[in-house]
Design a protein around this ligand. Structure first.
Ligand SMILES: *Cc1c(COP(=O)(O)O)cnc(C)c1O
Length: 427
């Protein structure tokens, strides 16, 4: 079957042919390829085409696809059964590993998706503080639970709209949206509502509006205000956890959250996510506390086995040096080539995560991300795809490097980019 035929068939039985919207290529146009298998830093589609993969399962893959050790552990685990509905020692082992790696987690609860982890973390923050309001930042994504599907309306900044139909105004009425890096907005909001704010939720490096860096002043102010007003600071590290550094974005920023949310890499390609914090906070969860939270498949033994195997590998010496070096090689190469072809371009990286922008200056918030030349991005995406390089199919997504990307692969990518930039210039 061709990709075209597979997509036509998929669309007959699955809305839009995909089980998560960004996979559809709606943003860049065209249609997705259907993956048959993945190995190391490559995807192979059902037509037999090979792609260098800079999406890496949206960041979940950091050790390389179909890693031999990971597969061996998972394979062994399945023979013991797929799900038990009782506690297992494996869960404690993973929880301990997470607590050892994440300085601000003393206790952690395992769940099955980032959406679920965020939703539960917010309920916990509200239950712990006895307050209603939550602050989030425009362009940060925290999964698709109702209270997080809010967009800042234009004009009067005190009115927000649900960003999805089906989300009631009542369910977003206590969500406040501010611009990323808007330190003054934070101060004003806490001044006005400080005693009613349960938590601030924040992507410590924003990876769902391409890649945006936090300003230190902004993060410091956020921490200080949360402490002063006894609101909880939640770092949504679903993307950045184990991605930007072994010990998370919090280790790079040196500013501590109260609750940390993890996903993606923690399950290494299996449905697994987590949220954790001090024992004092976490003890508010059921069955010992009054904040209800549960899951039939939470801490699933196969997912936990896969997560453990991944967290083992990322602790190998030089792991983060390698992915950081490869990210830097890629973005500095792209920047140089764009300059050679006089294409307005800039790029950045933190650990194994990078952003590319068809504009002169790195953005500080969503409005500035929108300044990127969308036509350039979309054309670049398709030219690269045609030459066997898969970047994220939207200018609002970050890119990812895994342990198996090496200099050969990066150089091959840059050769393709040289040709793509040349074509862009003469459009
Ligand atoms: C991916 C992501 C989520 C949602 O996780 P899912 O597993 O897709 O539900 C939440 N927050 C951030 C920062 C993410 O990148």
């Amino acid at each position: 079957m061709s990709n075209q035929e597979a997509f036509t068939l998929a669309k007959k039985y699955i809305p839009g042919g995909v089980n998560s919207p960004v996979r559809s290529f709606n943003s860049v146009g065209g249609m997705p390829f259907f993956t048959r298998k993945a190995q190391d830093c490559y995807l192979y589609d059902i037509e037999g085409n090979e792609y260098i993969d800079y999406v890496c399962s949206w960041g979940a893959n950091i050790v390389g696809h179909a890693h031999e050790e990971v597969l061996a552990h998972v394979q062994n685990a399945i023979y013991n059964g797929l799900s038990f509905g009782t506690p297992t020692e494996l869960e404690t082992k993973l929880a301990k590993t997470i607590c050892d790696l994440m300085k601000n987690i003393e206790q952690v609860r395992l769940v099955s998706s980032g959406t679920e982890a965020v939703m539960s973390a917010i309920r916990l923050a509200r239950g712990f503080t006895g307050r209603k309001y939550i602050i989030k930042f425009n362009g940060c994504y925290h999964g698709h639970s109702d209270s997080m599907l809010v967009s800042a309306g234009s004009g009067v900044a005190t009115f927000y709209n649900p960003s999805s139909s089906g989300v009631t105004e009542e369910s977003i009425i206590h969500t406040i949206i501010l611009e990323y890096n808007d330190t003054d907005g934070l101060k004003e909001t806490f001044n006005k509502l400080g005693d009613e704010i349960a938590c601030v939720i924040f992507e410590p490096y924003a990876g769902n509006m391409n890649l945006v860096f936090p300003q230190m002043e902004f993060v410091k102010t956020m921490r200080d205000l949360c402490t002063k007003y006894k609101a909880l600071l939640i770092y949504d590290e679903v993307m950045t956890g184990f991605r930007v550094a072994l010990n998370g974005a919090q280790s790079l920023l040196g500013i501590n959250p109260d609750i940390t949310v993890l996903g993606k890499i923690v399950g290494g390609g299996m449905p697994l996510a987590a949220f954790g914090g001090s024992a004092e906070i976490m003890q508010h969860l059921s069955p010992i506390g009054s904040v209800y939270q549960a899951g039939t498949l939470s801490g699933n033994p196969i997912a936990v086995t896969c997560g453990l195997a991944n967290l083992d590998i990322i602790q190998e010496l030089g792991f983060y040096e390698h992915i950081t070096e490869m990210s830097q090689l890629l973005i500095s190469g792209l920047t140089e080539l764009a300059k050679k072809h006089s294409i307005p371009f800039c790029a950045s990286n933190v650990g194994g995560m990078f952003g590319i922008f068809f504009q002169e200056q790195l953005p500080n918030n969503l409005e500035q991300v929108k300044c990127t030349n969308q036509k350039h991005f979309n054309d670049f995406f398709h030219l690269m795809l045609a030459s066997g390089v898969f970047f994220a199919p939207s200018m609002y997504e970050a890119g990812f490097i895994c342990r198996k990307h090496g200099t050969g692969v990066i150089n091959k990518t840059l050769e393709s980019a040289d040709i793509a930039f040349a074509k862009l210039r003469f459009e």
